[in-house]
Design a protein around this ligand. Structure first.
Ligand code: C2E
Ligand code: CA
Ligand code: CA
Length: 417
């Protein structure tokens, strides 16, 4: 499926270095960092013709991050001591995080790097006719730095492991997007009065060759922290268009597909362009864009974008309703077509009288404002019957079907009453 990805996504995810192979050289511009998967790497500077080892790095450690952070030339060289495998971290991955960091922290990072470079081995790279004395000083300062790093507490180690795990997940998701390891799953949306399937929500699944099944609960939040959620969202829109066309070729009934649009994607300046590019006009009426209230509350161009989407013919559904911290006032200003009551309310619908009253009120409010009500997370027949009695329009949940692959979704449609 054609999706536009950042150019770095074409870089290999894993690289292998032979024993003795030079990984990078001092003075080069660094466009990537590495997480060492296995093997050993020597970081060194040249003193005359002699390499002066600064540090030996092994599995789980990060290499080459400095030049990527501050875009300055590499201040040391690195060579594999044994056959070594590394996971590549692109400069874009790091740049995005730095760009989103608080401006003061950003300044502190660059200042710190600047000082480290001038204190340690950068002089070694740039000065010709180097004296042993400088090298010795370099070694002392460098080793002080590395010693101070190795003095870090266990808590820091755990934090670092988390960060490295996240970067690894991100690199793998970039590769998954490219190699079609994302799979669209479809969860039925059922008219509670007629019990007919009226649509599906598209929910992404990642079948990773190395990790197996990865839950969206794990990778969507990571993708949302970076701009990766945008290609994931574009992929989901393309998948929905393909699915609508395939469903329509097989069954003759009106059907829509709901696509989750994260705030970052919705608020991107080229979101409308993406919609125009990915969704052919005849499919627009069959695609519902599902956003959370964080989108509506974002201010800026959000309400304008929402209106353009509706003018184009897209329906908008408000996801996870009732869970945010916003006031209801945004509903008086921004029009949406349907409201999806969060599953946390449905779960406690029959156990907690106050939850029941709140759910009933949300359904009535939705209808009074001329919108459609959807309840998600319906797991029992009693929940379904109660919601039907309250007049809720559409239901979604394991009682009807879990999210399933296209073939199973089609079978559900064909066997429907
Ligand atoms: P969501 O949009 O609130 O999706 C509903 C989640 O509830 C889905 O989890 C679905 O499998 C689960 N669910 C549905 N019925 C039941 C039920 O009866 N009981 C229980 N316990 N759970 C039920 P899933 O598939 O793990 O997705 C989690 C979240 O990941 C989604 O929450 C959505 O926010 C995000 N997500 C999934 N696909 C996409 C995507 O393509 N783009 C974006 N931006 N986000 C996505
Ligand atoms: Ca959703
Ligand atoms: Ca939801």
């Amino acid at each position: 499926m054609p999706i536009s990805l950042p150019s770095t996504a074409t870089d290999p995810l894993l690289v292998e270095f032979e024993s003795g192979e030079l990984i990078f050289e001092a003075g080069e511009l660094g466009d990537k960092a590495y997480i060492i998967e296995s093997g050993q790497i020597d970081v060194f500077v040249k003193t005359g013709n002699q390499p002066l080892s600064l540090r030996s790095l092994g599995a789980g450690e990060v290499l080459g991050e400095m030049a990527v952070i501050d875009a300055a030339p590499r201040s040391a060289s690195a060579r594999a001591c044994v056959p070594t495998r590394c996971l590549v971290i692109s400069s874009q991955q790091i740049a995005e995080r730095i760009d989103e960091t608080d401006a003061v922290v950003r300044l502190l990072i660059t200042t710190l790097l600047d000082r480290m470079r001038s204190l340690t081995y950068s002089s070694v790279v740039t000065c010709a006719g180097l004296k042993r004395a400088i090298a010795d000083e370099t070694t002392i300062v460098s080793s002080q730095y590395w010693e101070s790093r190795s003095d870090c507490s266990d808590a820091d180690d755990v934090d670092n492991e988390d960060v490295i795990a996240k970067m690894r997940l991100e690199s793998e998701l970039r590769a998954a997007l490219k190699s079609n390891h994302l799979i669209p799953y479809y969860q039925a949306l059922v008219d509670l009065q007629t019990e007919k399937i009226v649509g599906f929500e598209l929910l992404v699944r990642w079948q990773s060759p190395s990790r197996g099944y990865v839950s969206p609960g794990l990778f969507i939040s990571m993708a949302e922290e970076t701009s990766l959620i945008i290609p994931v969202g574009c992929w989901a829109l393309s998948a929905a268009v393909q699915a609508i066309q395939s469903f329509q070729a097989e069954v003759d009934c009106p059907l829509f597909i709901t696509v989750n649009i994260s705030a970052k994607q919705f608020l991107a300046p080229d979101f409308i362009e993406q919609l125009v590019q990915l969704v052919p006009v005849p499919c627009i009426k069959c695609i519902k864009l599902e956003v959370t209230e964080s989108v509506l509350m974002a201010g800026g161009n959000a309400s304008q974008t929402l209106q353009i989407c509706r003018d184009m013919g897209f329906c908008i559904s408000l996801d996870d309703f009732g869970t945010g911290f916003s006031s209801l006032s945004y509903l008086s200003e921004l029009e949406v077509d349907s409201v999806k009551i969060d599953q946390s309310f449905i779960r406690k619908l029959l156990e907690n009288k106050r939850t029941f009253m709140l759910t009933k009120t949300m359904i009535n409010l939705t209808h009074d404002l001329g919108m459609q009500s959807i309840a998600e997370g319906i797991e029992t027949a009693t929940q379904r019957d109660t919601l039907k009695r309250l007049g809720c329009h559409i239901g979604q949940g394991y009682l009807f079907s879990p999210p399933v692959a296209f073939a199973e979704a089609l079978a559900l449609l064909k066997q429907a009453p």
